[in-house]
Design a protein around this ligand. Structure first.
Ligand code: 5AD
Ligand code: SF4
Length: 441
């Protein structure tokens, strides 16, 4: 028999990227090897994202492109995993006739059995629906081949916030934390294989442990991780401003391995809109928390997500978002046009903002933030930073890595650094999107 191959295409967030890593490990355990393109693979997984309409469109287009290959190779197994699969379920199978299975967000660990069922029955398989204890939450972080220096580690799954615009509670279910003992065991194991930096993943990591009901909390988890000597850096994402408090700021300030960066999505600078979004904090609450953070963690980098054009957002509301950007001076932001998501409460709100206004507001947000980010980068010139080498740029051969504050640094030459090295560099140039560094002698 010829060698069987697989291909995984991933859309969306870091949780999805990590789920894809877990699925790759499962497929490799089945004896499959990675194909170079989806069309030549025997098993194709499209790991989908439903957060905005655009992400969902990409999924349909990726599935559409596979139709001809499936016709030529009827034994090909095509699976849609992740958030669109969880929401679409049987309807998605009916809509996309050449799709063999839908694998929901709580069913990642069933990938192998789903493939076997498809091969045996040649019938569409619907493996969706939430589970009380999500088996894939406990799947170990796969670390294969020459160890990369960085790894994701899942600490919780799902979200119980129900922000009015967001599909995630519907696609990933309620918050479920992973037991701390299991996390620590996994982190010790991957550091033995050469991992130096971990990113703790969850939709709302600041609420870690609340659902366990045994007093487990996020700052204590950070403290335990800080006690693992081989682990140099701990990052985490995503934080919710409502659940972020002085205890987490204190842990960030005190614990050597916890990096000086936080992603704290603001979403809007207008109290009226924050209320309509059901975020559970106002502009002043957010500003107070930032002030505590900056007092407690010197040189902390703060990044955020911003949504423009939420239903009912007036010019005045929008200007408050712009003024918040100027006042807070985030290191970097990710900004999006509001996208109505079926099933969420903001989907059918009156006063939807016309697309051309959303486009103009997004452009303004970009312009304001680009200027601020560039100023940060310029101010970094002449400073010394520690970077963890992640790899080498294909075209230029330049090694690259991130500072503890999560800024990308390209080195000016390839002088004697290897993947996984922690090196001291001098920032010699601050550019728009990155920094240029020189290794210190
Ligand atoms: N429309 C636009 N942006 C959204 N986000 C979440 N839901 C939507 C939506 N319906 C953004 C938020 C969130 C980020 C991951 O995606 O800013 O923090
Ligand atoms: Fe997309 Fe949200 Fe699902 Fe991540 S959790 S894949 S961002 S919809």
């Amino acid at each position: 028999m010829s060698e069987s191959t697989y291909y995984i295409e991933t859309y969306g967030c870091q949780m999805n990227e990590h789920d894809s890593e877990k699925m790759s490990a499962m497929l490799e355990d089945m004896g499959l090897t990675r194909a170079l393109s989806p069309n030549e693979a025997e098993v194709v997984v499209i790991n989908t994202c439903a957060i905005r309409e655009k992400a969902e469109h990409k999924v349909y287009s990726a599935l559409g492109k596979l139709k001809a290959s499936k016709k030529k190779k009827p034994d090909m197994v095509i699976i849609a995993a992740g958030c669109v699969a969880e929401q679409g379920r049987g309807a998605l199978l009916r809509k996309v006739g050449h799709l063999d299975a839908v694998l929901g967000t709580h069913r990642i660990s069933q990938l192998t059995s789903v493939i076997e069922r498809v091969r045996k029955t040649r019938q569409p398989v619907d493996a969706t629906g939430f589970a009380e204890d999500v088996a894939s939450l406990h799947l170990p972080a796969p670390c294969r081949g020459p160890s990369p220096a960085c790894s994701y580690v899942t600490v919780m799954q799902g979200c119980s916030n129900f922000c009015s615009y967001c599909v995630v509670p519907y696609t990933r279910g309620p918050e479920q934390s992973r037991p701390a003992g299991e996390i620590l065991h996994e982190v010790r194991a991957i550091t033995e294989r050469g991992v130096k930096e971990i990113t703790l993943l969850g939709q709302n990591v600041n609420a870690y442990g609340k659902d366990l009901g045994d007093g487990t909390a996020f700052p204590a988890l950070l403290e335990d991780l800080n006690g693992i000597p081989a682990l140099s850096r701990v990052r985490f994402t995503t934080s919710h401003p409502r659940d972020f408090g002085p205890e987490i700021a204190a842990a960030m300030g005190m614990l050597d391995s916890v990096c000086e960066h936080i992603h704290l999505p603001l979403q809007s600078g207008s109290d009226r809109i924050l209320h309509a979004m059901r975020r559970g904090y106002g502009r002043d609450d957010y500003l107070r928390k930032i002030a505590i953070l900056r007092d407690t963690v010197p040189r902390v980098a703060i990044t955020a997500d911003i949504i423009v054009g939420f239903p009912g957002e007036t010019t005045e509301d929008f200007e408050q978002t712009v003024s918040a950007l100027e006042e807070i001076r985030f290191d970097q932001i990710f900004s999006f046009k509001f996208s109505p998501r079926p099933g969420t409460s903001a989907c059918h709100l009156p006063d939807q903002v016309p697309d051309e206004i959303k486009v103009a507001r997004l452009a303004k947000v970009h312009a304001v933030q680009d200027r601020i980010t560039e100023q940060y980068h310029r101010n970094a010139e002449g400073t010394e930073e520690e970077i963890l080498i992640e790899g080498v740029r294909e075209r230029s051969g330049q090694p690259f890595g991130r500072t503890r504050t999560n800024k990308m640094v390209n080195l000016d030459s390839a002088d004697a650094v290897r993947q996984g090295d922690l090196v001291r560099v001098e920032i010699i140039r601050g550019l728009k999107h990155s920094l240029l560094g020189k290794k210190r002698g």
